[in-house]
Design a protein. Structure first.
Length: 134
């Protein structure tokens, strides 16, 4: 009986380990308010799947946009900046969401902004630092 229990424990341990390997290993949390990202700076490994958990504690719709390498939205984010969007998501006030995106292969710094009119100027800006894995 003891051996049987030990076997069960070993199997459970293996199952838990297996589960631990699934899904993105890099998780980042961000809270949006009117008008900031908190925190506003993130570091992720190149090419990895990133699990991003966003909570929205503000009162107006916001977006989380990662601009392509070497680009930024300038003073305002407008139509002309859409071609430079690497990845984006929108979130309604009071909601939270967990989404997965793949980090860029190119190491470097990427601008993060909210694309809603006027929000970049109001301070919704951040930085994604992508680093080569050790
Ligand atoms: Cu916003």
């Amino acid at each position: 009986m003891k051996k049987f229990l030990a076997l069960i424990v070993i199997i459970l341990a293996l199952l838990l380990t297996a589960c631990g390997d699934s899904g993105p290993s890099t998780k980042i949390n961000v809270s949006m308010t009117d008008f900031t990202f908190s925190p506003s700076e993130f570091t992720v490994p190149t090419g990895e799947e990133i699990s991003l958990h966003i909570t929205h504690d503000g009162t107006v719709e916001h977006s989380f946009i990662v601009m392509k390498y070497g680009t930024d939205a300038g003073e305002i984010f407008d139509e002309a900046d859409n071609v430079n969007v690497f990845w984006e998501m929108d979130l309604q006030p009071g909601n939270s969401k967990t989404v997965v995106f793949t980090a860029p292969e190119q190491p470097g710094t990427y601008q993060i902004i909210c694309g809603m009119t006027g929000h970049l100027q109001s301070g919704m800006i951040g930085k994604l630092t992508v680093v080569n894995q050790q």
